[in-house]
Design a binder for this molecule. Structure first.
Ligand code: FE
Ligand code: ZN
Ligand code: FE
Ligand code: FE
Length: 194
């Protein structure tokens, strides 16, 4: 007998409606997906080169401003490294809008509007920046895995270097956050000195 207690959310007809029709240029192999993913992060890194100066301008703690300034310089090198990856693969370096990074940058902008300059805004900048770094860590982790699967060992090497830099940036931001929180908790006059 037919099962009449089927969950409407998972019925075959409903599930069928959710299956997405691929675009005409949809990736059909790992290499095409890899290239698409590289274009996504290429757009994202270039967007960060444009967005980070605003974060630096709004940071109060010199430690935080210098950490982001340093990461901006590293980000410019990461763009060049992606250029090198594209050229290793015989592909043209081009960006394709990363909706995730566009959203994370937009969220960073609204955190600035929603915080008073000083330690509170700094904490917001760290929060927004770490969300960005975590997205990049996830992305480069995947890109390294894709490159490995494709046997693109030179690309693996370059992407692994960037992955390590993103992880380091995340750790530096964590240290800055913990340092500031501890100082704030310990002494109000030290807080002024930040
Ligand atoms: Fe980056
Ligand atoms: Zn993306
Ligand atoms: Fe995402
Ligand atoms: Fe980064």
């Amino acid at each position: 007998m037919k099962d009449t207690k089927q969950n409407p959310g998972t019925s075959p007809s409903k599930a069928g409606n959710m299956v997405v029709q691929p675009a005409a240029d949809a990736a059909n192999d790992m290499r095409a997906l890899f290239i698409d993913s590289l274009k996504d992060i290429y757009w994202a890194e270039n967007a960060l080169v444009r967005a980070l100066p605003k974060m630096i301008a709004n940071a109060t703690a010199p430690l935080l401003a210098s950490a982001i300034t340093e990461h901006l310089e590293i980000t410019k090198i990461q763009v060049e490294r992606l250029d090198a990856v594209f050229s290793l693969l015989g592909e043209t370096a081009e960006g394709k809008k990363c909706e995730a990074m566009a959203g994370l940058i937009k969220e960073g902008d609204s955190i600035l509007e929603e915080t008073m300059p000083g330690p509170v805004r700094d904490a917001g900048i760290i929060a927004a920046s770490q969300k960005i770094e975590h997205y990049e860590i996830a992305t480069y982790g995947t890109l390294c895995a894709f490159a490995k699967a494709l046997g693109e060992n030179d690309a693996v090497q370059l992407l692994t270097q960037t992955l390590a830099e993103e992880k380091e940036a995340d750790m530096i931001l964590s240290d800055a956050a913990c340092g500031m929180i501890n100082l704030k908790a310990a002494d109000n006059t030290l807080r002024e000195a930040l």
